[in-house]
Design a binder for this molecule. Structure first.
Ligand code: ADP
Ligand code: ZN
Length: 731
């Protein structure tokens, strides 16, 4: 028997297992683990990822067609991590690797070009061109000096024609640069004074340093309110890891990935002390690819990024920081449904790294880990510089006339804050003008034809919109049912609140921050800057306003409707409410001035609210964990949510029945709940049914999931099945 070089390949296709291919002699030198390949699969050719090379028997194996990369995209030590992740989430390994790699790489090599930025420089030519747009663009470049196209586009959406003309007329010259320019790089680095750690910080850092020295897996929950100095702890812990010659990964929720945070890291590690790569959603495919390769080549010491950065190909990882670890955005909601925090723990375990799970309101499951000794617990108990926590009051809305959105106390507080020249934040978790339109004569409402949920009324755009599938229709003048003329908006969204505030406080400068006002690139950033410069008196917004910034002028925070999250049909609704309220309350009084928080609610006695008002995480945890235990919810029970969906409702229902029966017959110990319609029973035209699997430990669930590929074969065409291990959002 002759032996040959055999490649273990994960193909980018929904295939459970890896496949083996022969490495032809011509590719022996070029094929390296971590590269993309082209391989034959049936009659097609597909992209695959090279996971391992072994000597073996080539009999019956097809050969690799082509090697697509010149350098590996990940090191061999990442392979066991990918494998474990695929197993844990019951997801095809090739899809896992595809999700892990930067977007735009799933095709052939070279499909992503290295980004070259066009830079425009004004010439000595005096005078003015004719067109208005040309004048505007020229003025911009003359004012700013050499300007990159991407920067220019923040002021002028489509400058291309004007630029071409200006170059032709010799007002501008055009050059190309390979250097990336993005908002995170162009922000000036302010040199921050490095503070001496407080006694508490020093204690916490002592424990982290001991763990780093042991060079073995050591997870910690870092519990501290906003402003308690967690970021300072991250910075120093990372310094220690870098001093050991190891590297650091910092995960933050996308919304918190602000230039301010990045500037703080850059300021600390500036002057060539460490190279930082920032992976954020604003990067083009090319920029992301560049950053990725630099990391894979070992040129980067610190990676900062959102969820998907957990796959960054860093080697010699010493520390992983997960800031705001309780954030739901760490869970990927489609395709490969991983949780970045849980994968970070897995990765750190395999790398022998320290993990810091930072939060003011740790997830109940995370805090339970600390309580049961699976992770360490580090606490920062107060705010740095003894700044007091804001005073929080619950306002019982039962005392406010029905139909009014602002209670007397909140309206008065807004007035007072305005008079003092201070700023207010108002949180309302519903965008648009009103949650629905209602015919007050016959009671008709308007639903999305694809999703069967009520359409939100947007007044500015005169639209009824579905917030799930983006279906849009014009609002009717007359009721289509009774022809009556009293079709009126019901309830309140951010747009309506903004309008009504403007009527009530005509002199106030009011702005709104939600998905509708921040779709334009740079709009979010612009609103934040206006807040910092105190050009806004009242900022109305969805949960976007609760996160990731530090406005020193804000002394009043109002929560318009705390019940909207509390009444969500999900066992985590109390946890989410507590965490959101704590977070938004933390936005008050960040500067010299004391802050005040008013929370409007119909359930002022609910523990999620009373504990948030008292800043009492421990008490919240005590009550919440008791509730979880009674109902066998996480951390006491483990969940897997199976969702079947398809266009044909009856077919989906039959498939769900059959699958449920098969699952019930398969293994004991696992509770099979359902099938039941999903809370969103129709979404984007598809009927959706769920089966919830619940077990006291993971093992029986794992055994059951191992049978899933087999069971999947019995599901008819036209019905899709998604598997969500440790679901976060069960709508
Ligand atoms: P968190 O991440 O918990 O919100 P930060 O690390 O951002 O807290 O700290 C809050 C504020 O206190 C920041 O302005 C930070 O610069 C400052 N700060 C943190 N640690 C210290 C310290 N030891 N001495 C003085 N100021 C500090
Ligand atoms: Zn819809």
């Amino acid at each position: 028997m002759s032996t040959s070089l055999i490649a273990t390949v994960a193909v980018a296709a929904p295939i459970e297992k890896t496949l083996s291919y022969l490495v032809p002699d011509s590719l022996r030198e070029t094929a390296v683990v971590g590269m993309r390949l082209q391989v034959p699969l049936g009659r097609r050719r597909v992209v695959g990822y090279l996971l391992a090379l072994t000597e073996g028997d080539p009999a019956g194996l097809k050969a690799i067609s082509e090697v697509l990369d010149a350098a590996p995209l990940f090191a061999a030590e990442m392979v066991p991590f990918f494998t474990r992740a695929a197993e844990y989430y019951c997801h095809p390994i090739g899809e896992v690797v595809r999700t892990a790699l930067p977007a735009g790489l799933s095709g052939r090599g070279g499909s992503v070009s290295i980004l070259r930025e066009k830079i425009y420089t004004a010439t000595d030519l005096a005078g003015e061109p004719a067109g208005a747009l040309q004048k505007e663009v020229l003025a911009l470049v003359r004012q700013s000096g050499p300007l990159a196209l991407s920067e220019l586009r923040r002021s002028v959406a489509t400058p291309y024609g004007a630029l071409r003309r200006l170059v032709e007329l010799a007002y501008l010259t055009e050059t190309e640069e390979e250097r990336l320019r993005d908002p995170f790089l162009s922000l000036p680095v302010t040199v921050e004074v490095v503070p001496e750690p407080t006694t508490e910080q020093a204690l916490v850092l002592g424990e982290i340093e001991t763990a780093l020295e042991s060079r073995s897996f050591a997870p910690f929950v870092l519990h501290g309110v906003t402003g308690s100095g967690k970021t300072e702890v991250y910075l120093r812990a990372i310094e220690t890891a870098l001093a050991q010659g190891r590297r650091a990964l910092v995960l933050v929720p996308e919304i918190a990935l602000t230039p301010q945070l990045v500037a703080r890291f850059r300021s600390r590690f500036d002057g060539g002390r460490a190279t930082i790569a920032v992976l954020h959603s604003g990067l083009s495919d090319g920029e992301r690819y560049d950053a990725w390769r630099a990391i894979a080549r070992g040129e980067v010491e610190i990676v900062i990024g959102a969820r998907s950065a957990v796959f960054a190909p860093l080697q010699d990882l010493g520390i992983i920081v997960i800031d705001e670890e309780h954030e739901a955005s760490y869970k990927q909601g489609e395709g490969f449904r991983y949780h970045a925090r849980d994968l970070a723990l897995l990765r750190a375990q395999m790398a022998g790294a320290v993990v810091l799970l930072g939060s003011a309101t740790p997830a109940v499951t995370t805090f339970h880990r600390a309580q049961s000794g699976q992770t360490g617990l580090l606490a920062l108990s107060g705010r740095v510089l003894e700044r007091p926590l804001p005073q929080v009051e619950l306002v019982d809305m039962k005392a406010t006339p029905f139909g009014e959105y602002l209670s007397e106390p909140l309206a008065e507080a807004l007035q007072l804050t305005l008079e003092r020249g201070e700023q207010s934040l108002l949180l309302l978790n519903r965008r648009g003008f009103a949650p629905y339109l209602l015919c007050s004569d016959c009671g008709t409402t308007f639903r999305c034809p694809n999703c069967e949920i009520t359409l939100t009324f947007h007044q500015e755009r005169r639209q009824l919109r579905c917030h799930y599938c983006d279906f849009i229709q014009a609002p009717p003048e007359l009721c289509p049912n009774c022809n009556g003329g009293n079709v009126l908006p019901e309830g309140v969204g951010t747009e309506r609140l903004e309008t009504e505030l403007a009527e009530r406080f005509p002199d106030a400068r009011i702005a709104r921050m939600d998905r509708d006002t921040t779709t334009r690139k740079g709009a979010h950033q612009q609103l934040m800057e206006q807040m910092s410069r105190r050009e806004i008196d009242i900022l109305v917004g969805t949960q976007m306003i609760a996160k990731g910034h530090d406005f020193h002028g804000v002394t009043l925070v109002g929560v318009v409707n705390a019940d909207s999250t509390l009444n969500f049909p999900d066992f985590r609704s109390a946890e989410r409410t507590f965490s959101l309220l704590t977070q938004v309350a933390g936005r008050a009084g960040r500067g010299e001035l004391e802050g005040r928080v008013l929370i409007q609610t119909y359930s002022p006695d609910h523990y999620a609210l009373t504990c948030a008002a008292q800043h009492d995480y421990q008490e919240f945890y005590r009550q919440e964990i008791a509730f979880r235990e009674v109902l066998d919810y996480p951390p006491f029970g483990h969940l897997v949510n199976l969702v079947l969906s398809g266009n044909d409702g009856q077919k989906v229902a039959r498939a769900a029945e059959a699958l449920t029966t098969a699952l019930q017959n398969a293994v004991g110990e696992v509770e099979v709940l359902g099938p039941a319609p999903c809370p969103l029973a129709r979404l984007r035209g598809k009927t959706r049914v769920q089966i919830l699997l619940k077990a006291p430990t993971r093992l029986p669930l794992r055994r059951l999931l191992l049978r899933l590929p087999q069971l999947r074969k019995q599901i008819p065409a036209g019905v899709g099945l998604t598997v969500d291990v440790d679901p976060v959002d069960m709508l």
